[in-house]
Design a protein around this ligand. Structure first.
Ligand code: PAF
Length: 254
């Protein structure tokens, strides 16, 4: 039975009990609107730890656009059902006032990687992500925390932060989970119109099979995509595009 915890203090005292029992804790931080990609993280955590904690917190500081924050899907009832069937033990659903009691006075700033790729198009985004993840990792006190490789730049930055600040939690990357037609699973996919949803499959297809970033960009623009970037680094080909007001990101190994 999955237990919902809305108060950070309640989790901390429970965490103390788990420590006394020598239980290992796996942590899956999320912003809700859960899909099979999140379930795969929960399953991995369950296979490697005694107890799995999932957090659901739509983090306001990582949205540079207030409309994007408003439109972000919130589906707590369905999320809890999914987590129950995935076998998550605890769900932390903290309040923004508790997470940001400091009113975002304290922030984690990374000066190089966070300005590249998505960071170049979303100023302040990774500052918000790193700040909330540091808070969540400190709250969870997990042995391992699981992050999807769809957000590969986020994973690299979090891994770097964990090293830089000597965090005890191991940061575990997990492979991207895709729809049958190849589109990377994302909470944002549900906001695509049916035309755009069909068109969206071209994005992973071109990333996977076309080697020239300029050609990928040209072909996406021809089909009505707005392209933020297509770039290669770290042995991967990265892309971020927009269809209507929905932003999609993806990356593949090259
Ligand atoms: O990847 C996400 O869902 C979010 O960026 C995260 C890591 C939960 C931080 O809010």
């Amino acid at each position: 039975m999955t237990q919902l915890i809305e108060n950070i203090k309640d989790w901390r005292s429970l965490r103390g009990e788990l420590a006394k029992e020598n239980k290992s804790v796996g942590f899956v931080p999320t912003m809700g609107a859960l899909h099979e990609g999140h379930s795969s993280l929960v399953r991995k955590s369950k296979s490697e730890n005694d107890v799995t904690l999932v957090s659901i917190f739509v983090n306001p500081t990582q949205f540079e656009d207030s409309q994007d924050l408003e439109k972000y899907p919130r589906t707590l009832v369905e999320d809890l059902k999914r987590l129950e069937s995935d076998g998550a033990d605890y769900v932390l659903f903290p309040r923004a006032e508790d997470m940001y009691a400091d009113k975002y006075q304290y922030q984690v700033v990374e000066n190089i990687l966070s300005r590249d790729l998505c960071g170049a198009h979303r100023p302040g985004h990774f500052q918000g992500v790193l700040t909330v993840v540091l808070k969540l990792l400190n709250i969870a006190e997990a042995h391992r925390a699981y992050f999807g490789e769809k957000d590969f730049q986020q994973y690299v930055l979090i891994r770097g932060m964990a090293e830089a600040f000597f965090l005890k939690t191991e940061i575990v990357p997990c492979p991207t989970v895709r729809e049958q037609d190849g589109l990377a699973m994302s909470s944002r996919n549900t906001r695509l119109s049916s035309d755009d949803r069909q068109r969206a499959t071209l994005f992973p297809e071109l990333l996977e099979h076309t080697t020239n970033p300029e050609e990928i960009t040209r072909r996406l623009i021809d089909r009505g995509f707005f392209v933020d970037y297509i770039e290669e680094k770290w042995g991967r080909r990265f892309g971020a595009v927009r269809l209507g007001d929905v932003r999609l990101i993806d990356n593949v190994k090259i």
